[in-house]
Design a protein around this ligand. Structure first.
Ligand code: ZN
Length: 200
């Protein structure tokens, strides 16, 4: 933790020392107009800005355990996920939403393997609600097939959000399913025509 504290303590000075960075950060104060809503897992190994090259202000992020998008329910109680999606679409007007799963995902892997999650009941209850219990058999550590199926299911769930449905109908929004390999940096995208994840 100390290295994080040291870095954060000096961060402003490092910005101030570089003319270009100073101007870029100062511009952020005028508002945000991110290009995309990026929904991915909370996993510490998945850093969207790293593999997309996004600068501050360019990606609006929603991170959940297992990059899950809760099913939209009319009259549902407050939901951080629904609020984030609605704000991104209706207020920020993002033109693209990416749901990005990743290899070696602990959340999807636990469900694919049927792990005993009794010791982490909040995790168990969240994943039971969010992850399809008919995941393909996937014993490998990368859980590729399970994660890719899970990503497709989250894209379907997104289509159930009224704000997403409207913008899709108006052709003002595109949905993307991605799969990121944490051990290689490879990014695959779901191609609906082939119903397969292929290199970008
Ligand atoms: Zn994960």
């Amino acid at each position: 933790m100390q290295t994080f504290i040291d870095h954060a303590r000096n961060f402003r000075d490092r910005i101030a020392d570089h003319h270009q960075a100073r101007e870029e950060f100062a511009r952020l104060a005028t508002g945000q107009s991110p290009l995309a809503l990026f929904i991915t897992c909370s996993d510490s190994r998945v850093i969207p800005a790293l593999f997309t090259g996004a600068r501050p202000g360019e990606l609006f992020e929603l991170r959940t355990a297992g990059n899950a998008v809760p099913q939209y329910r009319d009259g549902q109680g407050p939901s951080s996920e629904a609020a984030t999606i609605e704000y991104a679409v209706r207020v920020l007007g993002v033109r693209d939403i990416v749901v990005c799963g990743h290899s070696h995902c602990g959340a999807v892997g636990a469900m694919a393997r049927g792990d005993d999650l009794a010791g982490v009941p909040s995790v168990r209850d969240w994943l039971t609600e969010q992850v399809d219990d008919e995941l393909p058999d996937d014993d490998g550590p990368e859980v590729t097939a399970a994660v890719q199926r899970h990503v497709r299911a989250q894209l379907e769930r997104l289509r159930g959000y009224p704000c997403v449905r409207e913008r899709l109908a108006e052709r003002r929004l595109r949905l993307h399913g991605w799969f990121y390999e944490i051990h290689t940096g490879l990014v695959l995208a779901h191609r609906p025509s082939a119903d397969a994840f292929l290199p970008l």
